[in-house]
Design a protein around this ligand. Structure first.
Ligand code: HT7
Ligand code: ZN
Length: 872
């Protein structure tokens, strides 16, 4: 496929100031008339032809300034519309196209989801609706008239504010007209038509605008949208208070649909959501679901400023809106919940998804320099590492300057399509600092390593820390990165706050050179350094600390993140040692169990959510990432399970007591708040450890919990525990669950995922059986992600089976999907991204599966791109 390069960017030769769309919806024969007010762009090439983008379009008519164009005046095919000579003044083009929304299985452009018409235009779906300058730096004011059958589509929604509605007498059809006063790029266009129920509330913005917030869902499910509705309101209030950003239209609509390629989409005034991230009730949604709904509702709402009011000049700048908006939603969730626990979750996600991506063949800079298919760049690197860069910037300049810089960025770029340089310029303007070296973070792939060693001098009561940074693949002349290191010292009895260093300001040392050091004075006894507190930079830290030092941090650090990190590092060390063939170091493991026992004694009931995080060992993926090469997933699984057994056995009595203490009194009303969720999390983490050490007791407890659980969190946790215990109880539990939720596709997704992640030989066969289950559909991305996505991402032993059956299953699914939904197929294929780090036999089997996909004729650009890069 042709490569698009950042270096080749040039402004559009034409601009489109206004767009009038008339969309006559029909399941098979939708007609779209687009009237575009075009003009030459003063910044473009003079006399350039007009070349509009199209994708799979059928042109029915074309007129320039009201005059029908003769066929020789233009060239049109499914992929573009060219007018070789056109007026060098403003003019209008009227374009009529015909669409078949029912046949649109790619879920890009206009399609139908369970009978509801909806659109998805990011990144380049608008060109599947009409010919257009489909690029984010062409901003237009849209007026949209939507017409449809009143019976099947009583609700008709567009971007902006509603201005008119009415019937078309004698036809059974009706229409609405929407006007969006704020210029926007085409990727933010949306419309919806269908039979939907709604919940709504009024809200007055801080600027005094009286608005209506409404959520539209499948009929009969309105009460399941109450939590999402509340989350919208809380997001609005938070953005006003935290960033001074108010909503700017009269209505804010959210629509939930069941067939959706990603999580949600921030279309102006009309967010469209995967229903998984809207619908929640205690009976159907887990605490994790509630938290995800809150975060994604906030994320899409926050885009109204970081993305919509200030948009991206080109798709290379994607992190400008996505990294920044992830940072904003993380801050929101941290304010709504426990900041420390949320930070741990953020880092878990970064390490699980972004670190491996950055270490494999799909690695790319946060701002890529080229792409073949932009839809493949909605990655953990752009989103999560992009957010970490914003966080580092705040750590470097401080909260007050950060807020001032954000205000400046919004003020200077409102209504514009901006770049990463525009973003950094705003912070340079308010701080007077030169951020050009910091900007390197956007340009280079790979996770930097920072090696740290410390030396205590009792005679001078000083402690010296030496830092050395290195970047994988970077040459010796590569400039070092600017790395904020939040740090402090901890002694045997607690933080050593009296120790000071003139290189540390507000708890932050800035590492700017390849090597640097600093010295603390006034250090009474040999300390333990607490480094990268709060995970202050997305790096791998190599610190020469032994387990005793790390357990001191677990016990005494004032930074909760580093307390958790200390336990993770000790566990990682114990597991990797065993993977390498050393027997589990008995005394080391015993000391770890004892330390956790003391920790639980002191803290489990004080902060159950945090305690649950400490008890959750590093995942198999975390261990694989730590080992880095010649990875043997079976050995990792066995070593990790051995340590879990040790913990379960060593802590069994305490865990049983904790479960009692944390049990909710019968009749307690369900609340998804963080404190209640934290208690459930610890109770279920305890169950999990008890079951691995003592399967009989675990099965008994899990069965009782599954039968009596008053909410989905507890029911699913019990079923997940049972699913890991082969036997009759597991199959009965799974069958009962399937029967109870036979009419709940989103709940059955959990049932698919639990079975797909069973780490046993029969799982591939089970998945093949489930692919024939009536509730499974290859056309629905949620189903595919639950069954096959969970398998490839969360079942390392079975995906990486030594007979290649796991790879075959995923490869076959990628190929089966590619013809209908290439975006989802390509994403599924990224599961092979770490293939080069596997041990030899698996490496060769994975490569064969990848080559088999890549050699298949007629592949989409999406899958071809992932295949080419994975094998390069
Ligand atoms: N900005 C959106 C990204 C997106 C997307 C969403 C749904 C379907 C296809 C999509 N392609 C790109 C979502 C977000 O990050 O907010
Ligand atoms: Zn986003």
């Amino acid at each position: 496929p042709p490569t698009v390069r950042l270096a080749d960017y040039r402004p559009s030769d034409h601009l489109i100031d206004r767009v009038e769309l008339d969309v006559r919806l029909d399941p098979r024969d939708t007609r779209v008339t687009a009237t575009l007010a075009l003009r030459p762009n003063p910044a473009g090439r003079p006399d350039a032809p007009v070349v509009l983008d199209g994708d799979d379009l059928t042109l029915l008519g074309l007129a320039l300034d009201g005059e029908v164009l003769a066929p020789e005046a233009y060239r049109a095919d499914a992929a573009s519309l060219t007018l070789p000579s056109c007026p060098q003044r403003p003019f209008t083009l009227r374009i009529e196209t015909r669409l078949d929304p029912t046949a649109n299985t790619k879920l890009m452009g206009l399609y139908r989801s369970s009978g509801v018409y909806c659109t998805q235009c990011e990144a380049d779906g608008f060109r599947r609706i009409t010919y257009f300058l489909d690029r984010p730096d062409v901003l237009s004011v849209y007026t949209t008239r939507i017409e449809a059958d009143r019976e099947t589509a009583p609700v008709l929604l567009g971007n902006g504010n509603p201005v008119e509605a009415g019937d078309i007498p004698g036809t059974g059809r009706h229409y609405t007209v929407w006007h969006d006063p704020l210029p926007k790029p085409a990727y933010l266009f949306a419309l919806v038509g269908g039979r939907l129920d709604r919940v709504a509330k009024r809200f007055t913005t801080i600027e005094g605008r009286d608005i209506e917030i409404a959520i539209y869902v499948e009929p009969g499910k309105a009460e399941r949208a109450a939590y999402a509705l509340d989350a919208v309101e809380r997001s609005m209030i938070w953005d006003e208070q935290t960033f001074g950003r108010a909503y700017d239209l009269d209505v804010f609509n959210v629509v939930a649909v069941s067939d959706f390629n990603m999580g949600a989409m921030e279309n102006k005034g009309l967010n469209i959501f995967n229903d998984k991230y809207v619908l929640a009730s205690p009976e159907t949604a887990t605490d994790a679901d509630y938290a995800a709904i809150e975060a994604i509702i906030a994320h899409e709402y926050f885009h109204n400023w970081s993305g919509n009011r200030v948009t991206c000049r080109d798709w290379f700048q994607l992190c400008l809106k996505e990294g920044l908006t992830v940072f904003r939603d993380q801050e929101f969730s941290s304010d709504m919940r426990s900041r420390a626990v949320h930070r741990i979750g953020e880092v878990r996600t970064l390490r699980a998804r972004q670190f491996p991506e950055d270490a494999g063949p799909l690695a790319h800079p946060v701002r890529p320099k080229h792409y073949a298919e932009i839809n493949n760049f909605y990655t953990a690197t752009v989103y999560e590492k992009g957010a970490e860069i914003v966080r580092m910037l705040r750590t470097l300049i401080g909260e007050t300057a950060f807020r001032a810089g954000m205000d400046r960025y919004f003020a200077d770029n409102d209504g514009r399509a901006a770049t990463v340089e525009d973003f950094l310029r705003a912070f340079e303007a308010v701080t007077g600092r030169d951020l050009s070296r910091f900007a390197e973070w956007y340009e280079r792939p790979g996770t930097p390593r920072v090696a740290v060693s410390g030396r205590y001098d009792a005679a001078t009561r000083t402690y010296r820390l030496d830092f050395r940074q290195a970047r994988p693949g970077a040459g010796a002349d590569a400039p070092p990165l600017v790395i904020p290191v939040s740090l402090g010292l901890v002694g045997a009895d607690g933080p050593l706050d009296q120790a000071v260093s003139d290189r540390v300001k507000d708890g932050v040392f800035v590492l700017e050179a390849a090597e640097d050091s600093l010295t603390f004075t006034n250090v009474a006894a040999e300390p333990v350094p607490s480094l990268f507190r709060g995970f202050s930079a997305p790096v791998r830290v190599e610190a020469s600390l032994d387990d005793a030092a790390r357990l001191t941090l677990l016990r005494h650090d004032s930074d909760s993140f580093n307390r958790w990190e200390a336990a993770q590092r000790v566990a990682t060390g114990l597991i990797t040692a065993q993977v390498r063939g050393d027997m589990m170091e008995m005394t080391g493991a015993d000391r770890f169990v004892a330390a956790l026992d003391t920790f639980l004694d002191a803290e489990a009931l004080r902060d159950p959510a945090f305690a649950a995080q400490v008890l959750a060992l590093p995942s198999e993926g975390d261990i694989a990432d730590e080992i880095g090469q010649e990875i043997d997933p079976d050995a990792i699984f066995a070593a990790r399970r051995a340590l879990r057994r040790r913990l379960g056995a060593g802590l069994c009595d305490r865990l049983l007591t904790l479960r009692e203490a944390l049990a909710e009194p019968a009749g307690t009303l369900f609340s998804p708040d963080a404190a209640s969720a934290g208690r459930r999390a610890l109770r279920n983490a305890a169950l999990d450890l008890i079951a691995v050490a003592d399967p009989a007791t675990g099965a008994e407890l899990a069965q009782a919990q599954a039968a009596a659980a008053p909410n989905m969190t507890d029911r699913l946790a019990a079923l997940s525990t049972l699913a890991l215990l082969p036997g009759e109880a597991r199959e009965t539990g799974l069958a009962a669950f399937a029967e109870r939720y036979a009419d709940e596709p989103l709940v059955l997704d959990k049932w698919f995922a639990i079975q797909a992640t069973i780490p046993e030989d029969g799982t591939v066969e089970r998945i093949r059986r489930l692919q024939r289950h009536p509730a499974f559909a290859m056309t629905n991305p949620n189903r595919v992600r639950s069954l096959v996505g969970s398998f490839s991402l969360a079942n390392p032993t079975q995906f990486n089976r030594l007979d290649g059956a796991g790879y075959d299953l995923v490869a076959e699914t990628v190929l089966a999907l590619d013809g209908t939904n290439p975006q989802v197929a390509a994403r599924l294929m990224t599961a092979f991204g770490s293939w080069r780090r596997l041990e030899g036999r698996r490496r060769s089997l994975a490569e064969t599966a990848l080559r088999r996909i890549a050699a298949t004729p007629g592949l989409s650009r999406d899958v071809t791109d992932i295949g080419t890069r994975s094998l390069a």
